[in-house]
Design a protein around this ligand. Structure first.
Ligand code: HEM
Length: 474
């Protein structure tokens, strides 16, 4: 068996699946982990038997912690926090937020104009990071990070440091030890000895300050902070519960929670923090991968530009939440990129809450489940007939999508714990791509790495960025 810490999860999962099939097990710090790429078993785990697998594997359970974040909690607490936070991503709320996103995109377009003028190769992944930071800080708490005007931005530094920590190998020794202790003895979390790390605290403190300032000023803004404060203070009656949650029993419970429950001050701080972290790197990396594929496939890029021109004859006008949904080819391009460049094996993972048997496989209580997204996204039975490593947006034609297994595409996870920010991220990415395609063409350059070298673990990202050039469209 290859050494997982040396070759990384991405490669290990590929090799082990080839050798052992759709379900195989391994040990991580003494915990048995089952890696699964059989879509029927995945459906049982993520959707049908959700109650038995409602905890996320690979994170430290913070359910007992005062700064409990949505991504790291389980059981009743998760149902309450998810029920309350989901409506903050409703269609109505996103429509209110889209003008803020457009302002951030216009700063990115100015940056791109400068790139064209300079005429040099540049790392477009870094520019997309500025965009997603600007968007997330603006929409979460109307905070101006000034990221497009500074080269040494404290926000970026703190976020990059935090995200590097998701890759265990990149952790400082002390943090590695803390993580190992918590993995082996999760109950230590309750002792408070392992309260938030330094970078976490920086964001949590900032969130607290922003909350307090807003409470004092009473200012009304269309950001998440305002929405959360409204819930906290129970000022909103009958706020809308239009979200992605399905209409099953869990969906109904989440909706009930949205109407009746509220968040404590620390929980608000924690959710602000998790939105910042979860919304920054994921969306910027996906955008960077889109730019990479467009540069490599100029004919697909022209087709996309043509679609954008047809829908938006006047540059920069009428781009809003509703109109961005109406571009089928853009939707196909986005999904095909996220199929090929999903964010990572640890992202979709669960813990068995009781011993369960699925398709004759016994899953012991406490076992981790790692959904082998990479192998599912490259399964020829699900994604053929075209070679699965090829970039073919037509795989997402509506008629092909409809006949595919519902668990074939997992870039945002699945079931009730699916990414809460999915629709927000897709709206942001599509708006940015429409603006970009109206004005610019992305070109491959002598520094574009083919294939891209990505990190071995953690959140999948191009290790040395995505180098391209931009030119103005005629
Ligand atoms: C392209 C961008 C993004 C990708 C690819 C992505 C992907 C994912 C994935 C794979 C999961 C795990 C789902 C599961 O376990 O089934 C997840 C969870 C989550 N995401 Fe995202 N995400 C993105 C953007 C965002 C944004 C913009 C936000 C917030 C503003 C966000 C907030 C979260 C949160 C809070 C969770 C945990 C949800 C829960 O456990 O209930 N994500 N995301």
């Amino acid at each position: 068996m290859p050494d997982i810490s040396r070759i990384g999860k991405f490669t290990a999962f590929k090799e082990w699946r080839k050798k052992y099939g759709d379900v195989f097990g391994y040990y991580n710090a003494g915990t048995p982990v089952l890696a699964v790429s059989d879509p029927d078993i995945v459906k049982e785990i993520l959707v049908k038997q959700f109650d038995k697998f409602d905890e996320r594997y690979g994170t430290i359970d913070t359910s007992e912690h005062k700064y409990a974040t949505l991504a790291e909690i389980k059981g009743e607490k998760w149902k309450r926090v998810r029920g309350i936070t989901s409506p903050t991503f409703s269609t109505k709320k996103m429509k209110l937020m889209s003008p803020m996103i457009l302002q951030c995109i216009s700063k990115l377009m100015d940056r791109f104009k400068k790139r064209v003028k300079e005429g040099k190769n540049f790392n477009i992944a870094a520019d997309f990071k500025c965009l997603t930071l600007d968007v997330i800080a603006t929409t979460v708490f109307s905070y101006d990070t000034n990221v497009f005007n500074t080269t040494d931005n404290i926000f970026i530094k703190k976020l990059e440091h935090l995200i590097a920590g998701f890759d265990f190998d990149k952790q400082p020794f002390g943090d590695k030890m803390k993580l190992l202790m918590l993995t082996v003895f999760p109950s230590l979390m309750k002792t408070g000895l392992f309260d938030a790390w330094e970078d976490d605290m920086w964001f949590l403190d900032l969130a607290k300050k922003m909350i307090q300032d807003r409470q004092t000023s009473g200012e009304e803004r269309h950001d998440y902070l305002h929405l959360m404060l409204s819930l906290h203070e129970k000022r909103v009656s009958g706020h809308d519960t239009d979200t992605d949650v399905s209409d099953n029993e869990i969906g109904q419970e989440l909706r009930r929670n949205a109407k009746t429950k509220f968040l404590t001050m620390e929980e608000m701080q924690a959710q602000i923090y998790v939105f910042l972290v979860a919304g920054y790197e994921t969306t910027s990396t996906t955008l960077a991968f889109v730019a990479y594929y467009l540069a490599l496939y100029p004919e697909i890029q022209s087709k996309l530009q043509q679609e954008v021109d047809e829908h938006f004859p006047v540059k920069g006008q009428n781009i809003n939440y509703d109109t961005v949904q109406k571009l089928p080819y853009l939707d196909m391009v986005f999904h095909e990129v996220s199929r090929l460049a999903y964010i990572g094996e640890i992202a979709v993972a669960r813990v068995a809450q009781e011993t369960t048997s699925i398709k004759g496989i016994t899953i012991p209580k406490g076992a981790g489940i790692a959904i082998n997204v990479g192998e599912i996204h490259r399964n020829p039975d699900l994604w053929g007939p075209e070679p699965v490593d090829q970039f073919v947006p037509e795989r997402f034609l509506p008629e092909r999508k409809e006949s595919r297994h519902p668990m074939a595409y997992l870039a945002f996870g699945g079931g009730p714990r699916i990414c809460v920010g999915m629709r927000f991220a897709i709206m942001e990415a599509k708006m940015a791509l429409i603006h970009m395609m109206q004005k610019f063409t992305v070109n491959k350059c002598d520094q574009t790495a083919v294939p891209l070298k990505c990190n071995k673990d953690g959140i999948r990202a191009p290790e040395e960025g995505v180098y391209v050039t931009l030119s103005h469209r005629q």
